[in-house]
Design a binder for this molecule. Sequence first.
Ligand code: SF4
Length: 263
Amino acid sequence: MAYPLSATKLQTYRQCPQAYYFKHERRLTVPSAFGSPTFGKAIHRALAQIYQDWSYADPLPPLQWFADCWQQHISELKESQIHEGWQALETYYHQYVAPQPMLRKPVGIEGKIQASFQVSNIEFALSGRYDRLDWLDDGLELIDYKTSKTVKPPEAIDVQLGLYYLALEQTYHHALKRLSLLYLRSNQCISYEVTPDHLEQIKDLIGDLALKLRSDQDWHPQEGSQCDRCGYRQYCSAQTPNPEPLPQTAKPPQKVQLALPFL
Ligand code: SF4
């Protein structure tokens, strides 16, 4: 069976192999620190509908089209959230839609990314999701909508760039040129260009992970700023001189299944 992989998993692995081992190999759960995602979901769904249901026979939707779509996703929101969400969408409209001669139809909206590849005789199945995928003149652009109040570019963005490049090339046979993070609440867009270096980095990282999976050793702790919010500190030899043994609920260590080598 293929080993499931995602950008989030690889980011965890790069930050700290031991935290990855606890979370994904031994399946130790920690309570989530995140609050209700209702507001973010409503904006994501409204934007998906705006692009999905627009009749592209008409070049440019009016602002009323945005309002109509927003109205369909606000039933679970508070008044203040409805107001704030509409402000964000209205600003988005004036910044990114109204100045264009036409609304460009995306390649995909809220789509899945799936790909498979083999490294060191281990079959990896990559999966992920994107908010929007657009054509550029010379390749693809991934758009990720962000609804956080602060503009905080994600850590290890280069892992996402390399991994999505690999997956999208397999699915669409076109290169990913850019990943853009659109912060809707503050109306800021941060774009990252994909370079050959990102691809090399991701291949090295997956190769390294494959070696660990094969040998099941040296999932060493790697300390960093992430330790402050790590849920595995009590098991971590880098954080405490007497780490607790893993609980009985931890999944027993397992060897990965090797794929047949190519002849
Ligand atoms: S506390 Fe830090 S070093 Fe220890 S497992 Fe967590 S992230 Fe890794």
